[in-house]
Write a protein that binds this ligand. Structure first.
Ligand code: PGA
Length: 260
């Protein structure tokens, strides 16, 4: 008999989303600080990512060279090129050495009108171009209060990602964020995070296979900080975090990486 038990290969990931923070010098200093701080950490199967704003990507990439820090983009446009003032294409990101892009952050959804349909196009373009996607999704406070959170999350996944073939899931990282916990200091309890992450993994398993589900990293986001990271990361279906505020300070970011 074959042993059908799957061995999970999924990575642990701590991704710092810097949002619209840090000018060029601050970017240099923060990358320098982080690379130094994590140099001697044994990051077995653990990745440390930072997402500076577009104009500082090249600076960050230079500073991160030959270190454990990976530099990723916060967003991209779904078209190859053309009359899209102010936008950035996948090829442009690739041409400066970016390999991973965040798609669908809740601020892009709520402040910049990115719909599930637009996000599905962005995902398709990123996958076609060989980029890894950190796909963000999660419910609003009113969804949770109305006990709709599982339905909302399932819809976001179905519309944004579930059209993909199983093979494309090699390029997908999921980032579940209680939108009400982003930047508010409020965090979900580790149990709430685990409950939702297990639900998400089950959806991926039902859509594809146990192996696809087991190999997909699911990050938690929303006010993760040194004081709560370890407890959240200790949950079996939480494979790391998408960190906003606490990724802007070397010591906090280092402590969160250590917590994993
Ligand atoms: P926060 O942001 O850690 O500041 O809550 C998280 C995010 O927006 O991804």
């Amino acid at each position: 008999m074959f042993n059908t038990k799957t061995v999970s290969m999924r990575s642990k990931i701590v991704a710092g989303n810097w949002k619209m923070n840090n000018d060029c010098n601050e970017t240099k200093n923060l990358v320098k600080g982080i690379r130094k701080a994590i140099k001697r950490l044994p990051l077995k199967n653990t990745r440390a990512l930072v997402a500076p704003t577009f104009v500082n990507l090249t600076t960050a990439i230079k500073r991160a060279k030959k270190s454990k820090v990976e530099v990723v983009a916060q967003n991209m446009h779904q078209e190859n090129s053309g009359a899209f003032t102010g936008e950035i294409s996948a090829d442009m990101l690739k041409s400066i050495g970016v390999k991973t892009v965040i798609v669908g952050h809740s601020e892009r959804r709520s402040l910049f009108g990115e719909t599930d349909e637009i996000l599905a196009e962005k995902v398709n373009k990123a996958i076609e171009k060989g980029l890894e996607v950190i796909f963000c999704f999660g419910e609003q406070l009113e969804d949770r209060k109305a006990n709709n959170h599982f339905t909302v999350v399932q819809n976001q996944l179905e519309k944004g990602l579930f059209h993909l073939e199983a093979i494309a899931w090699n390029q997908i990282v999921l980032a579940y964020e209680h939108v009400w916990a982003i930047g508010t200091g409020e965090t979900a309890s580790p149990e709430q995070a685990q409950e939702m992450h297990a639900f998400i993994r089950k959806l991926v398993q039902e859509k594809h296979t146990t192996s696809v589900a087991d190999n997909t990293s699911i990050l938690y986001g929303g006010s993760v900080k040194p004081s709560n990271a370890q407890e959240i990361f200790s949950k079996p279906d939480v494979d790391g975090g998408l960190i906003g505020g606490a990724s802007l300070k070397v010591e906090d970011f280092k402590a969160i990486i250590k917590a994993i």
